[in-house]
Each structure stands twice: as structure tokens, then as C-alpha cells.
Write a protein that binds this ligand. Structure first.
Ligand code: URA
Length: 228
């Protein structure tokens, strides 16, 4: 495992601060200062110190957040409110990070973890992880539009989205299930059928749902709750 990742999982500081600390020579591996954050280290074998202290390996953590609008998906930002502000004090903000992202105005399910391997696996395109969104639209949606979305629509970036699943709810609302997570994907897909998203909420991520949760709530789950 990379030295930087090891220290992130120990929860000693944020990824950014760890990179700086390594570059400043504040980290040792088996007694030697190590300034390369990509150096390969092993949990059982190597002795790592951070500012002279051996950090303990932390238990990996998993949380589901019911994100509310107005917060960007980032752990820190100079000007904008971040989802980190929605995490309760009891959660170690240095060791967890969001898996994927939701736009500032998007609500719904956001998974946080300190498990870098899981996060990587969930985000991998071959995994085809399903994400379902509740979408409210500016204009009524036609059956032709639904068919186009289901077949895989070409976005204004010239990228053709993979086929999606659409559940018609009302003339101006649908459930849309996609397996990709391109930037502004849902908004761009609806724009491609000359419509506009006016409200967006992720209601499902893989097998995880918002069932029983209220807006703004964060609940801890276990690794076994996430089906991969
Ligand atoms: N698609 C979007 O356009 N926005 C999101 O926040 C998530 C998916």
C-alpha cells in the first residue's frame, strides 16, 4: 500500500496534510525519513512514524449521508459549504471521504468511508454500480424521450451515455437509474432530450437506500451492509 494511503487510513491528518508532512520529512519508515508518498509499505511488516509517533491502524468506517442542497461534495473548501460540515462531531473527518460526488444542488444518498479499496472498487466503470435518482423536470417527458434515455443518449460533450432505466412517475418526474457517474451526468442526459432537471435526489446507490432516514441525517453502516 502507498505510504500516503496508509497514513490516511490511520486517520492522522487529511490527505493534503499528509502529503505535505511526508515532503517535509516528518514521516519515517523503519527508522529512515521517507519523502516519497508513493513508497510501498505493509501493515504487518513496516514501522511507520508520523511526527515521531507510531499511528495505530484504525477500523475502517462506513456512513450513509442524506445530503441536503447547498453543500459541495468536498472535505474542505475556502468559500463554499462542504458535506464535511454535515458530518457529526463524532466522526473523524480526517479519515473519511465521500465515494463519488453529488452536485451542490443535488440531494440524497452519499456514502462516506475510510476504505480506499472499497471506494475505488465502487467507482470502477466495470463494476456497473447502479445509482437511482428521483428527477423532477421542467417540461413533460415523452415516451420518445424515455426511449432515447433508455437506449443511451449522446450528450453535448459528444459522449454517448450507456443505456439507462427509466421509471415514469408523472408527466414531469421520473426515476432514472444509471451505471456511470460522469460530471453532471443526469442533468446532461435530460438536457440531451431538451428538458431540464429542476430537482435531483439520489435515492439508491448499489443496494444502499435512504429508507428510514431524514434529510441531513448521517448513519453508520457496516461493510457487510454494502453488497458488491
Ligand atoms: N448527475 C447530475 O447531474 N448531478 C448529480 O449530482 C448527480 C448525477
Amino acid at each position: 500500500m502507498r505510504l500516503e494511503k496508509y497514513l490516511v487510513q490511520c486517520g492522522v491528518a487529511s490527505r493534503k496534510k499528509i502529503k505535505v508532512a511526508i515532503a517535509q520529512g516528518r514521516v519515517t519508515v523503519n527508522g529512515n525519513i521517507e519523502v516519497n508518498d508513493a513508497t510501498d509499505v505493509e501493515w504487518e511488516k513496516d514501522i511507520i512514524t508520523f511526527d515521531g509517533v507510531i499511528p495505530e491502524k484504525k477500523q475502517l468506517k462506513y456512513y450513509v449521508m442524506y445530503k441536503i442542497a447547498g453543500y459541495i461534495t468536498a472535505m474542505e473548501d475556502k468559500n463554499k459549504k462542504t458535506v464535511a460540515e454535515l458530518l457529526p462531531e463524532s466522526i473523524d473527518k480526517n479519515s473519511v471521504f465521500p465515494v463519488g460526488r453529488l452536485d451542490r444542488d443535488t440531494e440524497g444518498l452519499l456514502l462516506f468511508t475510510s476504505d480506499g479499496d472499497l471506494s475505488h472498487a465502487m467507482a470502477h466503470p466495470n463494476r456497473n454500480m447502479e445509482k437511482t435518482y428521483y428527477v423532477e423536470l421542467d417540461r413533460e417527458i415523452s415516451s420518445e424521450d424515455i426511449e432515447a434515455l433508455e437506449n443511451g443518449i449522446t450528450l453535448d460533450t459528444n459522449y454517448t451515455a450507456l443505456p439507462s432505466k427509466v421509471e415514469y412517475l408523472s408527466p414531469k418526474s421520473i426515476h432514472l437509474t444509471i451505471t456511470e457517474g460522469k460530471y453532471h451526468q443526469v442533468k446532461k442526459m435530460l438536457k440531451a432530450v431538451k428538458n431540464k432537471v429542476i430537482y435531483l435526489k439520489r435515492i439508491k446507490f448499489g443496494n444502499l437506500t435512504l429508507e428510514g432516514m431524514i434529510p441531513g441525517e448521517v448513519k453508520e453502516i457496516q461493510r457487510e451492509d454494502i453488497i458488491m
